[in-house]
Design a protein around this ligand. Structure first.
Ligand SMILES: NC(=O)c1ccc[n+]([C@@H]2O[C@H](COP(=O)([O-])OP(=O)(O)OC[C@H]3O[C@@H](n4cnc5c(N)ncnc54)[C@H](OP(=O)(O)O)[C@@H]3O)[C@@H](O)[C@H]2O)c1
Length: 259
């Protein structure tokens, strides 16, 4: 049995734990650190609670780190890591080199899951793509392996876009309610429209530009709205927001291309 320890059981970890249990992983394969939601989830699902982080690392083969980024390196240092152990970090912006130095001789992998892990619907990025980690991530949704750490950092901007997409769904829903739709129908329609758009791009082979072009009938409603969005500078605003997130993730410096 491979035991998976959770070091840092906050909002993200709670969603991942829900997703793992939902996928059929036995609770006996998990062990949780004792802060945050650890005690509550341990009691609810019959998961073992570690007395401290030393015991957690002693008991686990794989440790999933989900503290806030600024706590990450200190949280893993000095915990008696063994050869063959794997530390999986979900902490945005925390570099492999820092984690490797703090958790040697454990192998270190970075992932960026979404809270949709609890639904088995997270597109989870991973670098490096260690075969032993794959089966775990596949329980949370699809896995998107990346080829170097700078690419992983760029991909991490998507974790922020996930929130912006929810904001756009809210704006669409609120607008529809203000114009006469019932709230429940408006929310469902706004959310499922985004799901439908995402699925078409993810599942159809055509280039995404061709898919969009097929929706833009000259003189039609899609074209009408796109013209307004372009005139308001939406493309530039979107790029600026992505640039700001990437700069925050990399402290303004380009991320290293190598491992
Ligand atoms: N939230 C998301 O949707 C999301 C998505 C992708 C990635 N992430 C990444 O996931 C990480 C966690 O985010 P979050 O939103 O889940 O944060 P959070 O809710 O604040 O959870 C962090 C948890 O870590 C615990 N912690 C801190 N130091 C610890 C230590 N030394 N030992 C044991 N537990 C410790 C905290 O305990 P206390 O409460 O006792 O301080 C808290 O329960 C972040 O690095 C973030 O970049 C988050």
């Amino acid at each position: 049995m491979t035991r998976i320890g959770f070091l840092g059981v906050g909002h993200l970890a709670a969603e991942i734990i829900t997703g793992l249990l939902r996928s059929g992983l036995p609770a006996a394969e998990l062990i949780l650190s004792s802060r945050g939601y650890g005690p509550k989830l341990a009691a609810r699902h019959g998961i073992e609670l570690a007395a401290d982080n030393l015991q957690l690392v002693a008991a686990a083969d794989i440790v999933l780190l989900a503290t806030r980024p600024h706590d990450a390196v200190a949280a893993v240092a000095g915990l008696g890591w063994r050869p063959g152990q794997i530390l999986i970090s979900a902490c945005a912006g925390v570099k492999l080199a820092e984690l490797r130095a703090a958790a040697a001789p454990a192998e270190v992998v970075r992932i960026m899951p979404l809270t949709a892990s609890s639904l088995g619907a997270s597109p989870t990025t991973v670098y490096p793509d260690l075969p032993a980690v794959r089966p775990l991530l596949e329980r949370l949704g699809s896995v998107i392996p990346l080829s170097h750490e700078a690419e992983f950092e760029t991909a991490t901007v998507s974790a922020a876009i996930y929130g912006w997409a929810q904001m756009l769904i809210g704006l669409g829903s609120d607008w529809s309610v203000a114009h006469g739709m019932k709230p429940e129908a408006a929310r469902r329609l706004a959310a499922e429209t985004f799901v439908a758009a995402g699925r078409m791009v993810a599942e159809r082979p055509e280039p995404s530009e061709a898919l969009l072009q097929s929706l833009v009938t000259p003189g039609g409603i899609t074209e009408c709205g796109l013209k307004v969005l372009a005139a308001q500078g939406v493309d530039a605003s979107w790029s600026s927001a992505c640039d700001a997130v990437l700069a925050k993730l990399t402290d303004g410096a380009p991320a290293a291309r190598s491992a």
